[in-house]
Design a protein around this ligand. Structure first.
Ligand SMILES: *Cc1c(COP(=O)(O)O)cnc(C)c1O
Length: 465
């Protein structure tokens, strides 16, 4: 048996990592020069690294550890399932108990007539399923020309060829030949950065109406679906103005196009309801799920599909599937995660107690001289760094310079808070307590102070023209 011990000196682990491990979304040489931080254990909302630091995980892993770390119930369920039936496929007229139980549970939890689940191993794979599913749906309906999917710039829907194309990340589109054909993008509802002098609600309406303009431009008979995250996550926790989603829903209804809500981050309590679609008041035809579905304890994703779409899809053979579609261990772990979320009333506690508390504390960061705005819904929040509050100015330096300085201060202060450009973002485990929220805010404030000093010292406190 191979054992990678925790007792190796950190420097040796870092050297091995640099020699053999290629990290996602990372410049390998820069990281090798600096050395990775090696996480060895975690409990609740706290991580421990190989040097014994106790780090508050303000990102819930990667937006996914909703029930927090160290829940041994999930480990036990996984071990039991591995002994009983570690794997069986769902392709060849077979099924198994965990996938059946999870599907019924998701149909119960999901709003409206979202009663059917197609499984994947991740959010990216699930969005690839969605591309093929909505196009196949319209072909089955006798409208094969309806194959265009409209998404938004700065959206994140995954990293595969299909899901990366749905996403609107310019850095991703620049590598590897993305986007694939017949994916179009409209602008994002990001008032702080792009709203200019407009009132936020008028701006939200204007951004939603770009969907209608795009449909008219492409031809309504060509458009299959619109996809959006209820709240953009990786794009910078961008909470749209209230006017935005109802207008998107109206336009989808008017043209009869399918609405796909990418709930990979927003799902399973993140926004204070079970799904972000409920928080935003929309009725999607398909929801993409992953991340919080298993709280990250096992890889699993899926598309939760409405009766309308499932009826049509069930009438053909959909030539699509993954070896790990409905993996029994992942399904069993997800089911146990949902049991804990439900029985411990974690989503209700977020909505009634901890999210309102976090909101008050998070908004107090807006008093910091470096902070231009704070935004938060449920357990996902963001703040904008600025050299000049009143004008919402951007920094003159390369975007992300100030954000990176702040992130480095957070890291040094044992707080995981990410930056997206010059925005700082949090998405802590849903089980974070009030005293842990106090600690998060305390470390964030201290890091902002230090970042401000460094930004001034380096002469970077200058607004872009
Ligand atoms: C993370 C994410 C994905 C991709 O999920 P993976 O499991 O990383 O493939 C898709 N959509 C959204 C909104 C995400 O945040």
């Amino acid at each position: 048996m191979t054992i990678i011990t925790n007792h190796m000196p950190t420097a040796e682990l870092q050297a091995l990592d640099a020699a053999h491990h290629m990290h996602p979304f990372t410049n390998g040489n820069q990281l090798a020069a600096k050395g990775t931080r090696i996480i060895t254990r975690a409990q609740g909302v706290m991580l421990t690294d190989s040097k014994g630091n106790e780090i508050l995980d303000g990102m819930g892993g990667l937006w996914c550890v909703n029930i927090g770390y160290g829940r041994s119930e999930l480990a036990e369920v996984a071990a039991r399932q591995m002994r009983e039936l570690p794997f069986y496929n769902t392709f060849f007229q077979t099924s198994h108990v965990p996938v059946i139980a999870l599907s019924a549970k998701l149909a119960e939890l999901a709003p409206g007539d979202l009663n059917h689940v197609f499984y994947a191993g991740s959010g990216s794979e699930a969005n690839d399923t969605n591309i093929r599913m909505v196009r196949t749906y319209w072909a089955q309906m006798g409208e094969p020309a309806r194959n265009i999917i409209i998404s938004r710039r700065n959206a994140y829907h995954g990293s595969s060829m299909g899901s990366g194309s749905l996403g609107g990340m310019s850095g991703m589109h620049a590598q590897g030949g993305l986007p694939i054909p017949d994916i179009h993008h409209i602008d994002q509802p990001h008032w702080y950065a792009e709203g200019g002098d407009m009132d936020p609600e008028a701006f939200g309406l204007a951004r939603a109406r770009q969907l209608e303009e795009k449909i008219e431009e492409l031809g309504p008979h060509r458009v299959a679906a619109f996809i959006g995250e209820p709240v953009q996550g990786a794009g910078g926790v961008i909470i749209p103005p209230d006017s935005y989603w109802p207008e998107i829903q109206r336009i989808c209804d008017k043209y009869g196009i399918l609405l796909i809500a990418d709930e990979v981050i927003c799902g399973f309590g993140r926004t204070g309801n079970w799904f972000g679609s409920q928080t935003m008041g929309i009725r999607p035809d398909i929801m993409t799920v992953a991340k919080g579905l298993s709280s990250g304890y096992a890889p699993i994703g899926g598309s939760i599909v409405s009766d309308r779409v499932a009826e049509v899809m069930n009438d053909c053979e959909f030539n699509h599937g993954y070896t790990y579609s409905g993996h029994p261990v992942s399904c069993a772990v997800a089911l146990e995660n949902l049991r804990i979320l439900q029985e411990e009333k974690i989503v209700e506690r977020v909505a009634q107690e901890t999210a309102p508390y976090l909101k008050r504390k998070w908004e107090s960061l807006c008093e910091h001289p470096l902070v231009g705005e704070t935004r938060i819904v449920g357990m996902m929040g963001s703040l904008a760094l600025t050299p000049h509050k009143a004008s919402r100015a951007k920094f003159a330096s390369e975007p992300g310079t100030a954000g990176y300085i702040c992130r480095e201060r957070c890291f040094a202060n044992n707080l995981v808070m990410r930056h997206v450009g010059d925005r700082m973002i949090i998405s802590p485990p849903l089980v974070i307590s009030k005293s842990e929220i106090d600690l998060l805010i305390e470390r964030a404030w201290m890091s902002l102070d230090q970042a401000e000093k460094q930004i001034r010292d380096e002469g970077l406190m200058k607004a872009a023209m």
